[in-house]
Design a protein around this ligand. Structure first.
Ligand code: SF4
Ligand code: SF4
Length: 439
């Protein structure tokens, strides 16, 4: 099914200059990372089996829990003591969930897991198993377990490394790719082997001169990897748009259908760090930016650090009335407060001054349709939602929406069209659940 068209793209002022060229700050302040909060549900709400008890001593790398759906472990980001559980808002699940609370003793004692370290000469399955054991998940946002993309998949020719980071304000991938370019290329070699593929392509946006030069310098040693620059339009980082741009191909359900597996650039780095150095993901580099934070920066913090404390460390808010977003401004919803802990999937925190717009009636201008990258009809979906017409929502293929936010962004009447489309998806989900219950 061909669902991509070149119409659904728009250049957006990325405001990347706020953080792109600054040094990454390693946050070590004891007031910020003194207590760490690890959710004991997966990013999709999946249950976890908890492996530690209150009072247990842990080290950096102690296995804390295992996700029951995919069997991947979660490791302690700090050394210290488990002091209990606490209900805390989870930014991607959108409700409070139980978190393990770990008191950091700042001794930074580490434990290594030998089954996670494998040489590049290991078998394909040994590499996939090690990626699973390291708990590597897609660091581009969704937190999907990386090993699942590789396990038992045949016919893969190319690994596509997504270094696009198309959300405004976020520059984490850019900075980390530049700083850890060699490690990224090593991780890519493991991914090529895990897929039994021949080549890899690293995709970055046009205009990233320094990053391009850095990658080209390292690429000289890796003839099976090439660099591809793509247009600076939104949402180029979406898997389907990127694949279409690079390979001029569409697919139905998964990129594997056309011989491609896509991984985020930071995921490739994490693979190398785990399989070579024995380090599971315990820390995250995140961009903290926006128009209402004192000192925008890229920071490294242990996973589980509270967002509000990171913001305070960077000088706090510069406006009274702000929107705190877990991620970039196009796809993230404003949160109730800043008490959430950052997770493996949090790519950034954007702090924006809250603006109140007067919504005008729809002009029937068609701009939302013209820009939709999924080639669906946001305005007509909105009308079907208002009419509670589920049949029409199905006809309009509402579920193909990727929640990119572009229809709201381009609407001259300031209508939150994306919210209506999301509501349409929810309406269809509830209807399907009711139908299943009746069966
Ligand atoms: S949010 Fe959904 S409907 Fe709106 S432009 Fe993006 S993909 Fe299309
Ligand atoms: S962009 Fe806004 S005003 Fe134009 S058709 Fe879509 S909803 Fe209506």
């Amino acid at each position: 099914m061909g669902v991509i068209s070149s119409r659904g793209r728009k250049h957006i002022d990325g405001q990347k200059h706020l953080t792109a060229s600054n040094e990454i700050i390693n946050i070590t302040n004891k007031d910020v990372i003194g207590k760490i909060y690890i959710p004991i549900v997966g990013p999709n709400g999946a249950d976890m089996e908890v492996l530690v008890n209150d009072g247990d001593q842990v080290k950096v790398g102690t296995k804390l829990a295992i996700r029951k759906d995919f069997g991947i472990p979660e490791y302690s980001p700090v050394s210290g003591k488990v002091i209990g559980k606490e209900n805390r808002y989870h930014c991607s699940i959108g409700r409070p969930v139980q978190h393990l609370v770990i008191e950091n003793d700042f001794k930074d004692e580490k434990t290594k897991n030998p089954s996670m370290i494998v040489p590049l000469e290991a078998s394909r399955q040994e590499i996939i198993d090690a990626i699973k054991e390291a708990g590597i998940v897609g660091l581009g946002g969704a937190g999907f377990p990386t090993y699942v993309k590789y396990n038992g998949v045949e016919g893969i020719e190319t690994i596509l490394i997504n270094g696009i980071e198309c959300e405004p304000y976020l520059t984490t991938d850019y900075r980390i790719m530049k700083d850890k370019c060699e490690l990224m290329l090593l991780g890519i070699q493991y991914l090529i082997k895990a897929a039994n593929a021949q080549t890899a392509v690293i995709a970055i946006k046009k205009g990233k001169k320094e990053l391009k030069e850095k990658i080209e310098e390292v690429l000289a040693k890796y003839p099976n990897v090439s660099l591809r620059e793509v247009s600076d339009v939104y949402p180029m980082g979406w898997e389907r748009t990127l694949i279409h741009e690079v390979f001029k191909k569409d697919y139905d359900r998964l990129p594997a259908e056309i011989g491609v597996i896509v991984n985020n650039a930071q995921t490739a780095i994490s693979v190398a760090d785990a399989l070579i150095n024995g380090n599971p993901i315990t820390h995250r580099c995140i961009t903290v930016s926006g128009d209402a934070i004192a000192r925008p920066a890229n920071v490294i913090v242990p996973v589980g650090t509270v967002a509000g404390l990171i913001i305070k460390e960077l000088g706090g808010y510069t406006k009274e009335d702000v929107n705190v977003l877990a991620g970039g401004p196009m796809t993230s919803k404003g949160l109730m407060n800043d008490t959430f802990a950052i997770t493996y999937c949090t790519g950034g925190i954007t702090v924006m001054e809250r603006r109140y717009y007067k919504t005008e009636p729809c002009l029937r201008c068609g701009s939302c349709i013209k820009h939709c990258p999924a080639s669906i009809q946001p305005v007509n979906i909105m009308n079907a939602v208002k009419a509670k017409d589920n049949k029409r929502l199905e006809e309009l293929e509402t579920n193909r929406c990727i929640e990119c936010g572009l229809c709201s962004f381009v609407c001259p009447s300031k209508i939150e069209v994306t919210d209506f489309v999301k509501k349409g998806k929810l309406q269809l989900k509830i209807a399907a659940m009711k139908k299943n219950i009746k069966k």
